[in-house]
Design a protein around this ligand. Sequence first.
Ligand code: G3P
Ligand code: CA
Length: 379
Amino acid sequence: MKSLGTLRQGVIAMTATFAASTGAALPAEAAPAESRSQVEEPLVIGHRGASGYRPEHTLASYRLAIDLGADYIEPDLVSTKDGVLVARHENEIGGTTDVADHPEFADRRTTKVIDGRPVTGWFTEDFTLDELKTLRAKERLPGVRPANTRYDGRFEVPTFDEVLDLARAEGRRRGVTIGVYPETKHPTYFDGIGLSLEEPLLRALARHHLDRPNAPVFIQSFETTNLRELDTMTKVPLVQLVDASGAPYDLVGRGDTRTYRDLVTPEGLREIATYADALGATKELVLPRDAQGNTGAPSDVVDDAHEQGLLVHVWTIRDENQFMANNFRVGIDPNATGDSIAETQAFLDAGVDGVFTDQADTAVEARREWLASHTPQAG
Ligand code: G3P
Ligand code: CA
């Protein structure tokens, strides 16, 4: 792992080194680049892009997240049949593409066991990239985000290379560094079918001059074994994702009884710090909810993680009431907008170093207000 100080300094250092290390000169109007995320400023991470406003994991979603001020964009990664990494939250694509409307692929619908659970649908590993490119993305949550359905059928499933190209191009256009925060999805499963995710991930980063210390990249996983392997393969910061329930599937698969809750004890965090650089924690682990569904005092997780030199990034802030604790909700409509600015600031008060968000604009505003009220006044 890298030290907390090194990582925080790296946020600024990447600004100075990014253009040179990519081998491409910045356009005159864009130089010098300025990072959006200065030292000590919490990161805003565009979760699946700007998935509150566009179908998730599309170039349009990532581009909008950048427009709205995200420092990093977050592609979840799965593999095609021919070993190409593409951005989807899971390998089953019936819920986020129009594959069901393609009669030529009707016979690919099947049931598989993914991480111990049966899943029925269409799977990226059964499609070549050329075949996948004939599909179009659609909104995952049409009942919650009906406005996003106007974009159904318009956007392709992007490759990881296309996401990296977009981040670089949009960053150069604005004179800022846009980071990329890829997540390996179902790594044990993909290893088991001969489509390991880690090697093509690192090859893609290398092609884009990003497989190096201080690159504007974090690699994340809910599993532990692949992060330990990656720690021997790359200097890019690694993020151990932890949920409030359940256990990493690689541990389950080999009979290890440790749960995510075990991973965030002081002992668990000490172990994580031997191979990872940050903790990606679900909200409830940082701000537990009481019996009424309200948040109260923070848990010890942020302090304990910092004690081990781990950054803490929390997921996922979403504007709609149903995704937040009761004390941040406004009204009773689960799909109406709650006070995600206050919610974000509660997590910043709890000491997190970054937030994943579906709506980067509200997170940026929350951070602006929060920094203004936490910056000592001159004189
Ligand atoms: O990667 C952070 C967060 O995205 C984890 O949850 O399910 O949205 O990938 P998920
Ligand atoms: Ca993710």
